[in-house]
Ligand binder design. Sequence first.
Ligand SMILES: NC(=[NH2+])NCCC[C@H](N)C(=O)O
Length: 224
Amino acid sequence: AQTIRFATEASYPPFEFVDSSNKIQGFDVDLANALCKEMNATCTFTNQAFDSLIPSLKFRRFDAVMAGMDITPEREKQVLFSKPYYDNSALFIAQKGKVADVAALKGKRVGVQNGTTHQKYLNDQHADITTVPYDSYQNAVLDLKNGRIDAVFGDTAVVNEWLKQNASLAAVGDKVTDKAYFGTGLGIAVRQGNTDLQAKFNAALDKVKADGTYKTIYSKWFQQ
Ligand SMILES: NC(=[NH2+])NCCC[C@H](N)C(=O)O
């Protein structure tokens, strides 16, 4: 059977994280395994810095990237994406009672992960906010709790996870769904020209959506 080497950045529950026995787990991993089963392939997952995922894919160190990655026009110039497998949006969080709304973040320090759509969105659309880059969102949340930064900007499902675990944090403003950054959905990236693997992922996605497998995995990781 074919082996598909996936790369991810596993500090991003519920999409991907390293569990207590050092295994990479999460929604993306379960979905990838379901797709690989459909494709009669074996999946492997490697943990890498987020901003190195697309370069490593291009260097052929991996076959696919699945990392809660938004499909964006800019990334589509470099890689091919599967059809969207998850509807995404982004959200700011801050210490409870400290930041009234997004306008109040003017002149403040907001943590983001390097290479993410969140970083690009703030740089492009909120030049008045100081973006503070982190290699992992875990460290950004720590700094938010310590008061070293004023807010963190991340994917809504992930941010909700932090809110559940940290009673001292709260959402600021509404979800952001700007299509140029986060509105199109998450996709699996493969190399330009690898339309064969792209087509296989798309067919497998259709299959797991139709037979209920997708729904089971979704409800395991995104409890309402
Ligand atoms: N595994 C991760 N750390 N993912 C971060 C993803 C952030 C954002 N959705 C993006 O595509 O840029």
